[in-house]
Design a protein around this ligand. Sequence first.
Ligand code: ADP
Ligand code: MG
Length: 238
Amino acid sequence: MQQEAFIRLEGVEKEFRTAAGSFMALKGIDISIRRGEYIGILGASGSGKSTLLTMMTGIDRPSAGEIHIGGEALHNMKEGQLAAWRGRSVGIVFQFFQLMPTLSALENVMLPMDFLGKIPLAQRRKRALLLLERFGISDQAAKLPSAMSGGQQQRAAIARALANDPELLVADEPTGNLDSTTADSIFTAFKQLSNEGKTILLVTHERSVGSLVQRKLILVDGRLAEDSAKVQAGGFVA
Ligand code: ADP
Ligand code: MG
C-alpha cells in the first residue's frame, strides 16, 4: 500500500558562499519519508548531516530544490513563517543539550509550552512533570542543568523537545557526549516514540544504531550515497 509521504525532499542543494569561494554542502538530495519512520542519518564528519537537518527543520533554506513536510512547502516560506512552523511542528535535540542554565529541568520543559501557548496554562506543569517522569528523571525536576549528569540533561532536553507534542523529532548527534549505555537507552527511547507515531530523524556517528533504526540514509560528500529503504525495495538485502 502506498502511503503519502510525510517528508519529501526533491533535488535539494545547499551552497555556502564564503571568502574562500562557494561550497556545495548538499547535492541533489531526494528523500521520501513516511510518518512514524525512525531514520538514522550517517556519514563522515563534514558529509552534510547537520546541513541536511537544518533544511528539514527550517533553520536554513536550500539553494535549490523543494522541501515538503506535513503538507507545507518549506522552501516557499519566509523566515517568520518558518520559525512559526518550526515552533509548532518540530522538536530538536542537540549534542550539547542546550538547556537554559538558569532554569530548572521542569522550567526548561515548560518553556516551549509558554512560547507556543498551545498547551493550556493550567496543564503545563503537570505535562512537563509527566514528560520528565517518562524519561526517568522526575526526581531531577527542581535541579538546574549544571547539577545534573550529561545523560540526565539529555533526557530533560528530549522531554523539552516533546513539550508541544510535535510530529517530527530531530536529533543531531544527541549521544556524542554520553557513554554507550546511556546512548543506547536514548536510542531505545526514540524507538518507542516512533512506535507511537512520531517521525524521528537521528544523526549519529554510532554505527551501533544501525540495528535500532528502521532505515539508514548515508551521506558522502553532500550526496545521498545510500538509502536502505531503496536497497530493500531493489531486492539487494535479504
Ligand atoms: P556534518 O554534520 O556531516 O559533519 P555539516 O553539515 O556540518 O557536516 O557540514 C558539511 C560541509 O559544509 C562541511 O564541509 C562544512 O564545512 C560546510 N559548512 C557547513 N556550514 C557552513 C557554513 N555556514 N558556511 C560554510 N560552510 C559550511
Ligand atoms: Mg554535524
